[in-house]
Design a binder for this molecule. Structure first.
Ligand SMILES: Cc1ncc(COP(=O)(O)O)c(C=O)c1O
Length: 406
């Protein structure tokens, strides 16, 4: 029977649809399915001892503060630590430029809340991070897409999209989710120049930047934008809002991430966050600070890189051995994902049904294309499954594909 609520949903909930793919992916949670679907870190290298020791310290030394309400912008020593980290890359910021959020996912939502009016156009790479599409669809955003290749967003197609007058542009320059590709320096520079020419601000989402397995670090879009402007004697005044998170370098369960922006934007985000949750958990923020404060992350990231690099290599090797002809995949230099393009005649949503029967899962690529397309593509995660499971999983996947081709 219908309750009184059924007819009272706000119009914006019309964009909160379930999907076939999400239903299918629910089936992949059983333990005998090898899942390349989620974006989960390897749990066996979570720094459990460090968290455990730090949490004893937090209770002993900051117990009352840790269990009390906190400020909306976040725990000051943590914000100061993040500001010092950001300054190392040449951007002049203080704690006033930083806000702590419940994961970068909340930052995406709050950005939608303060910037998107119904019908506003948002420029995104195609394909792009599904969580951003979900967050901003709720605010009735319209997406304008720019195709990407093995070097990320294709700047030669950018001008046309910029002329459509987007409210802002959303880019993931390092080891992109879903494709794993990285935007090279020259493309980043062009992107920043074009955005400046057309007066379009940039959201830079960078959860994976520190997880580089090979090659040189490339300056963030925010750094390049700042250098181009070169007018900030004292503090950051650029057109980029930068997001990053402790999810992939410590643990996603703590839900602690950060935004770097001008103090004016931070103030607006703070007001939006007040209405959402008052603040991120004080205990988790102090805990994160205590774990990170003596340089632990720099050391820990080395372990993560070693483990993920090995898993990426195994996945690449197995793809090479098992995939049918006319199949391509990306070779990510870091991060958690790679992207497979299958022969045109394969629809990966149909393939997922067969794959789940064979006890292997992935995310069909169409999910990451806001305007449709990408039906023959898929995202594979290589951080979560152990090496033997990656081998077996790719073999099962290849079998499913071969059967599908028949
Ligand atoms: C590109 C991107 N942005 C944001 C997020 C959300 O991360 P968080 O755990 O910080 O909410 C993810 C998570 O996988 C991501 O891939």
């Amino acid at each position: 029977m219908e309750t009184l609520w059924e007819q009272r949903y706000a119009l914006r909930t019309q964009n909160m649809k379930g999907s076939t793919i999400r239903e299918l992916l629910k089936l992949t949670q059983s333990p005998d399915v090898i899942s390349f679907a989620g974006g989960m870190p390897a749990p066996e290298i979570f720094p459990i001892n460090e968290f455990s020791e730090a949490s004893t310290r937090v209770f002993k030394e900051h117990g009352q503060q840790a269990l009390q309400y906190g400020t909306t912008d976040g725990y000051l020593p943590l914000r100061e630590m993040i500001a010092r980290h950001t300054n190392k890359y040449g951007i002049n910021v203080t704690a006033d430029n930083i806000m702590i959020t419940n994961g970068s996912q909340q930052a995406l939502d709050l950005i939608g809340k303060i910037f998107i009016n119904p019908g506003d156009r948002i420029l995104v790479e195609n394909p792009t991070y599904l969580g951003a599409l979900q967050a901003w669809s709720t605010y009735n955003a319209q997406f304008v897409t720019v195709p990407s290749d093995q070097d990320g967003i294709q700047v030669e197609h950018l001008e046309k999209a910029l002329r459509a007058g987007p409210k802002f542009m959303y880019v993931l320059p390092n080891f992109q989710n879903p494709t794993g590709v990285t935007i090279p320096l020259e493309r980043r520079k062009l992107l920043v120049e074009l955005a400046d020419k057309y007066g379009v601000p940039i959201i830079e989402d960078d959860p994976y930047g520190q997880l580089r397995f090979e090659g040189e670090h490339i300056p963030a879009v925010e750094v390049l934008d700042d250098q181009m402007r070169n007018d900030n004697g004292c503090c950051y005044t650029g057109n980029v809002i930068y997001l990053s998170t402790f999810s992939k370098i410590l643990a996603p369960g703590i839900r602690i991430a950060w935004v770097v922006a001008t103090p004016e934007i931070i103030q607006k985000l703070v007001m939006a966050k007040q209405g959402a949750d008052l603040h991120s958990p004080t205990f988790n923020q102090i805990l994160t600070y205590e774990v990170a404060r003596h340089g632990f992350i720099t050391e820990h990231v080395k372990t993560i890189i070693r483990v993920y690099r090995e898993r990426r290599d195994i996945m690449l090797e197995e793809l090479e051995k098992n995939m049918p002809p006319n199949t391509k995949w990306t070779h990510p230099q870091g991060g958690l994902f790679l992207w497979v393009t299958l022969p045109e005649e394969i629809n990966t949503t149909d393939l997922l049904i067969r794959a789940v029967e064979k006890k292997v899962a992935f995310v069909p690529g169409s999910s990451f294309h806001p305007l449709g397309g990408g039906e023959n593509t898929m995202r594979l995660n290589f951080s979560n499954a152990k090496p033997d499971m990656i081998r077996l999983g790719v073999q099962r996947l290849a079998e499913a594909i071969r059967e599908n081709l028949k």
